[in-house]
Design a protein around this ligand. Structure first.
Ligand code: PEP
Length: 257
């Protein structure tokens, strides 16, 4: 059985102080309840280190929201994967739709970032998902296929063992509109099948696929109980500890049944 994985993407939110308090609240509640679920938080770059300090000895992992594929050098404003590892990150989110939409990331540039992460052994949360126009035109699977083929071109199953895929329909991100459990399950099943057909069947069976898009404590159980949904990538609701912890509890309850 795949262990569920709930990750919080804090995006460009929090301050030094609020990032530490949020991490402290999440870490102490997770340590106390010891849920059978993996948990990570992904703060903005300047707060990775202060949050890491709070997470020392905690089961909550730290992740970056992006990284550049080059090792070092004249790349003003960029953050390398080695820098993320250096401050204690175990995960990096790559290919988020906001990176694709506002910062011109392409399947090819995401592929380079995944390659660099794989080389360094950092866990990747690889985000894919269709915009509303594509869903309405019946192109969801075509879009997912293009993003999977482009982002994962050239990798072997062994290289992708630590990868997690986040299916995030763009129309559900930050909108309050969640994909129905059926829509999520169908996209997740498609992704798993694509991995089995084009990369490796055992990788597909073990692969964790998170759902992302307006997940809240109220809808978490229904979505997370779908057979191919193995966790959640949470934006807005990860900024409030009670909401994020509510989603973790919903995942933990399902792990017990
Ligand atoms: C996200 O940005 O990854 C996300 C899922 O955001 P939200 O939960 O706010 O829709």
């Amino acid at each position: 059985m795949r262990r569920k994985f709930v990750a919080g993407n804090w995006k460009m939110n929090t301050s030094f102080q609020s990032a530490q308090s949020l991490a402290r609240e999440v870490a102490s509640a997770v340590a106390a309840s010891n849920p059978a679920v993996d948990v990570a938080v992904c703060p903005p770059f300047p707060f990775l280190w202060p949050v890491q300090q709070v997470l020392v000895g905690s089961p909550v992992a730290l992740g970056g929201q992006n990284a550049y594929h080059e090792k070092s050098g004249a790349f003003t404003g960029e953050t390398s994967l080695d820098m993320l590892i250096d401050v204690g990150c175990q995960w990096v989110i790559l290919g988020h739709s906001e990176r694709r939409q506002f910062f011109g990331e392409t399947d090819a540039s995401i592929n380079r970032k995944i390659a660099a992460s794989v080389e360094r052994g950092l866990g990747v949360i690889f985000c894919i998902g269709e915009v509303l126009e594509d869903r309405q035109a019946g192109r969801t699977e075509t879009v997912l296929e293009t993003q999977l083929a482009g982002g994962l071109a050239g990798f072997t199953a062994t290289q992708l063992q630590k990868m997690v895929i986040a299916y995030e329909p763009v129309w559900a991100i930050g909108t309050g509109v969640t994909a129905s459990p059926e829509q999520a399950e169908s996209a997740h099943a498609f992704i798993r099948n694509w991995i089995a057909m084009h990369i490796d069947a055992s990788l597909a069976t073990a692969l964790r696929i998170q759902y992302g898009g307006s997940v809240k404590p109220e809808n978490a159980k229904e979505i997370l109980s779908q057979p191919n949904v193995d966790g959640a990538l949470v934006g807005g609701a990860s900024l409030k500890s009670d909401q994020f912890l509510g989603i973790i509890s919903a995942a933990a309850e399902l792990a017990r049944v």
